[in-house]
Design a protein around this ligand. Sequence first.
Ligand code: 0O2
Length: 202
Amino acid sequence: MNWKSMLAPYAQVVEELKVKLKGIRKQFEYESEHSPIEFITGRVKPVPSILEKAENRKIPLENIDTEIQDIAGVRVVCQFVDDIYAIVEMIRARKDLLIVEEKDYVSKKKDSGYRSYHLIIEYPVETIDGMKKLLAEIQIRTLAMNFWATNEHSLNYKYKGSIPADIKERLQKAAEAAFKLDEEMSMIKHEVQEAQRIFHRK
Ligand code: 0O2
């Protein structure tokens, strides 16, 4: 497998999605309105992670482009839980991509404690061999959810997927605390947004 040439269009998808999502953030900024987007990151899944996922799920290499949906991944991080749904609606209304699957781990967390909203999209990208429709995953989450997921991801890496029970318990508690933080911040959302508008105009 020539990984470099296989992954090049995915890198293009990540870059294009980042530009487009950053465009949304900029437009809100110019309007001096609260932007539902705090920051955006993106990555192409590293080859060892693609191979590991393919092996764990018994996916033949020739099928990875259709069966591994997050080779191209973009993450949108927001301040408030409501912002997540606002972004989902904005993405739903777009004509330059198609949502093929939605996973709402915001209202229904995963057993690990993980919360995030996942959209699997089909995105048309122009390549030297013509247009290709590739799958990509957009993860949308709050700053608190992101903090939790980043730490849990590091621990999972350290313990190779088998986090000790006592740490798992702490993580569950931390997930609850992050959830509570999001709930509390939602209660004073308008205050915070007004303060930030004043700050932004200065
Ligand atoms: P990496 O290193 O981020 O690329 P499914 O078949 O739907 O059950 P699938 O296809 O893995 O599972 O999709 P899912 O559940 O939507 O998860 C895809 C990605 O979401 C993961 O990619 C993580 O980025 C993130 N994610 C899902 N569950 C968790 C979790 O419990 N903790 C953390 N920290 N992240 C999670 P990868 O490939 O696992 O990892």
